[in-house]
Design a protein around this ligand. Structure first.
Ligand code: G3H
Length: 258
């Protein structure tokens, strides 16, 4: 299919900068022992903002194969926005990725699609790759409207994003009912929505963009279920929460082909 799989670990609000260094080192040793080819399966670490500098120092200093990024950014580039972090600041720390529109931001910080769209464009202004999260809640799933719901989010979140930028974006399909609950979407559930996302990218942009964009699945991904999810044609990787802060578990997820 030509798309490089991406395993992204969203640490959420876990690990201080000291613990972060331990995790990166343990993960590096484990993947080194397994002779992991980072060009074959890309690995991204998404720590809290306060850990980014120590992750950068380790990754750059020791020439580790990880990419890294942040879990959020401001829609603004600079100014009087107390508590916010700009795309320029993340770019300066050599971040590759930034998560945008995670369901926890939508739920606890009232981020709507207009904000997610502004943040997506802010990331692209600073040459960061946004990992744009979409996904339905339990009610929508019960009503069988998941595809419709996710495509409406996608349309709004990508509004005014030009085709030349769209090909580099990563989309993460995360059914809200499967996040941190132990409930995983079945591989077929994941494929249904990921395929619909890719089809819509074709309609919004072009067949080339649809073929290039990586669509991840997220929601209780573990070593035990990752291979079945990755076997789906339109799933190009995983956005991993809980299991990403255990080096053994995350290494097993990264090594899903073993
Ligand atoms: O960003 C990651 C997702 O929210 C999934 O989290 O693997 O803990 O269910 P989880």
């Amino acid at each position: 299919q030509g798309r490089t799989p991406l395993m992204a670990g969203n640490w959420k609000m876990n690990l201080d900068h000291f613990e972060a260094a331990h995790l990166v080192q343990k993960l590096a040793w484990t993947l080194d022992d397994a002779k992991h080819d980072f060009d074959a399966v890309e690995v991204a670490l998404l720590p809290p903002f306060t850990d980014l500098r120590s992750v950068q120092t380790l990754v750059d200093g020791d020439k580790l194969g990880f990419k890294y990024g942040a879990q959020d950014l401001s829609q603004y580039d600079k100014g009087a926005y107390t508590g916010e972090i700009s795309g320029a600041m993340l770019a300066k720390l050599k971040c590759t990725y930034v998560v945008v529109g995670h369901s926890e931001r939508r739920q606890y910080h009232a981020e709507d699609d207009a904000v997610v769209n502004a943040k997506t464009k802010a990331a692209l202004r600073h040459d960061l790759i946004p990992i744009v999260c979409v996904g339905e809640g339990l009610e929508v799933r019960k009503e069988g409207r998941q595809v419709q719901h996710v495509l409406a989010q996608l349309d709004a979140d990508l509004a005014e994003v030009p085709a030349e930028k769209a090909a580099s974006i990563v989309i993460a399909y995360e059914p809200v009912w499967a996040i941190g609950t132990g409930e995983t979407a079945t591989p077929d559930d994941a494929q249904e929505v990921c395929a619909a996302i890719r089809k819509r990218l074709g309609e919004l942009y072009s067949a080339d963009v649809a073929a290039a964009v990586r669509v991840l699945y997220g929601g209780s991904v573990k070593a035990q279920n990752v291979a079945a999810i990755m076997a789906q044609e339109d799933v190009d990787g995983a956005l991993v929460g809980g299991a990403s802060i255990d080096p053994g578990d995350f290494a097993s997820i990264v090594r899903y082909r073993d």
